[in-house]
Design a protein around this ligand. Structure first.
Ligand SMILES: [Zn+2]
Ligand SMILES: [Zn+2]
Length: 147
C-alpha cells in the first residue's frame, strides 16, 4: 500500500510504502496538546525506510528522560511531519493528520488519557491507558483490533 501526504504549504510531499497495517494512536499528553494546539495528537508508528520525503525540511531535536528525539518539520510552513525517538529504534512517528487520506485511518489506541480533555468521550471498544503502555501492551492492542 502506498499512501501520500504533505505539509500545510505543500512544499514537502511524502510517500509511505508499507504492507503492514498502520499503528495509529492518539496521544492525549500535555506535550502533544501544546505542540498541536489541540486536544490530542494522532500518530502512526511506521518503519523508517517506508517513508520518503521530498522538499525542504528542518529539524528540532532534544533530549529528555535519557531519550533523544528528532522532529522533522517543513522549513517553510513549519508543519511537523514526523519524528524519531530513541525509545522506538527503526521507526518513525508520523503525524497522521498530514496524510492525504487521514479520515480513512482510525486509531486503535488512546494513550495518556489521564490528561484527556474532559469534554471528549472515547468509545469503550478502543484500548486506552492513563499513561504510556508497554510495547507489549501496545502490540496486543494492535492485534486485538484485527490488523
Ligand atoms: Zn510546508
Ligand atoms: Zn503525547
Amino acid at each position: 500500500m502506498t499512501l501520500t501526504g504533505k505539509c500545510r504549504c505543500s512544499a514537502v510531499n511524502y510517500t509511505l510504502d508499507t504492507d503492514a497495517a498502520l499503528a495509529v494512536y492518539a496521544c492525549h499528553c500535555q506535550h502533544c496538546q501544546t505542540w498541536s494546539g489541540s486536544s490530542f495528537a494522532l500518530h502512526a508508528l511506521v518503519p523508517a525506510d517506508a517513508l520518503s520525503l521530498v522538499g525542504p525540511v528542518t529539524h528540532y531535536a532534544y533530549d529528555t528522560n535519557s531519550q533523544h528525539a528528532d522532529h522533522v518539520v517543513c522549513s517553510q510552513c513549519h508543519t511537523r511531519l514526523f519524528n524519531t525517538t530513541s525509545a522506538a529504534p527503526g521507526l518513525r512517528v508520523l503525524r497522521v493528520g498530514t496524510l492525504d487520506n487521514s479520515p480513512a485511518l482510525q486509531p486503535v489506541a488512546h494513550i495518556w488519557v489521564k490528561h484527556k480533555q474532559p469534554w471528549l468521550s472515547l468509545p469503550d471498544t478502543i484500548a486506552s491507558w492513563p499513561e504510556s503502555p508497554t510495547p507489549q501492551q501496545f502490540a496486543e492492542a494492535l492485534s486485538a483490533s484485527g490488523r
